[in-house]
Design a protein around this ligand. Structure first.
Ligand code: SF4
Length: 231
């Protein structure tokens, strides 16, 4: 580990401690003060809460959207609406291979046979490549999303990419999200109204029913629960 890396890790630990109970906007403001414009946010376009918050702190902020080639039309529409209406710079990040090229290499519907490999090629690697050149990135992870996310810190060290990672709405409840959406008229993916409580690629996402966990519709029927972006 380099001295600079060690210093960044300490910076993340200190910030996480100091900002543990801070409002989301203050956590992003910290990124602005530390890194000026050299940070970005990632969005799945389930809603535009994080892009909206980040644009209040840094107008023109880069918003990374992983355009896997498998998204619902509603998600692409939400991305386009965000780009058209918010003061942000949406960057659609595409994998090196198109869906057709992936099918030719691995056979069709890799997502059914080996979703980890599909996510690695269409999400994880493209995001890691896209993050080169930034010093920090922010995600919309929340502790209430899933058991595995119950201890998500507000600021952490992303060891894989050697960047600081912010999770500014980690502590938000569903109610807080709803209130923020109502207060600012935030764009939301219309699929949320159709029973999709978590939205990913179309072949790997189904609506949920009452009593199910919000992410129960992701990779339903398999043991997979995360795409690998946050591990
Ligand atoms: Fe492939 Fe499904 Fe992962 Fe999307 S969510 S990258 S379709 S395995």
């Amino acid at each position: 580990m380099t001295t600079e890396e060690a210093a960044r890790i300490r910076l993340a630990e200190r910030a996480n401690h100091e900002l543990a109970d801070a409002p989301a906007r203050q956590i992003l403001q910290w990124a602005r003060e530390q890194f000026d414009t050299r940070w970005c946010v990632a969005s799945s376009m389930a809603d535009a809460v994080l892009p909206q918050l980040a644009s209040q702190v840094l107008p023109g902020v880069d918003v990374l959207f992983l355009d896997t080639g498998y998204h619902f039309a509603e998600t692409i529409g939400t991305r386009d609406a965000v780009a058209a209406t918010l003061p942000v710079t949406v960057r659609s990040i595409r994998p090196r291979r198109s869906v057709g090229e992936q099918d030719a290499e691995f056979g069709p519907q890799l997502h059914q046979r080996d979703p980890d490999r599909c996510c690695a090629r269409r999400k994880v690697a493209p995001l890691t490549e896209a993050l080169a050149g930034y010093e920090a990135w922010a995600s919309g992870l929340r502790r209430v999303d899933a058991e595995q996310r119950a201890t998500v810190p507000v600021v952490e060290w992303d060891a894989r990419r050697k960047l600081i990672k912010l999770n500014p709405i980690a502590t938000w409840s569903d109610q807080q999200v709803a209130e923020f959406i109502a207060e600012y008229g935030v764009l939301v993916n219309p699929l949320l109204e159709a029973g999709y409580t978590s939205i990913g690629c179309a072949p790997c996402t189904r609506p949920t029913v009452a009593g199910e966990h919000a992410r129960a519709g992701r990779w339903a029927g398999s043991s997979k629960t995360e795409c690998g972006l946050h591990t």
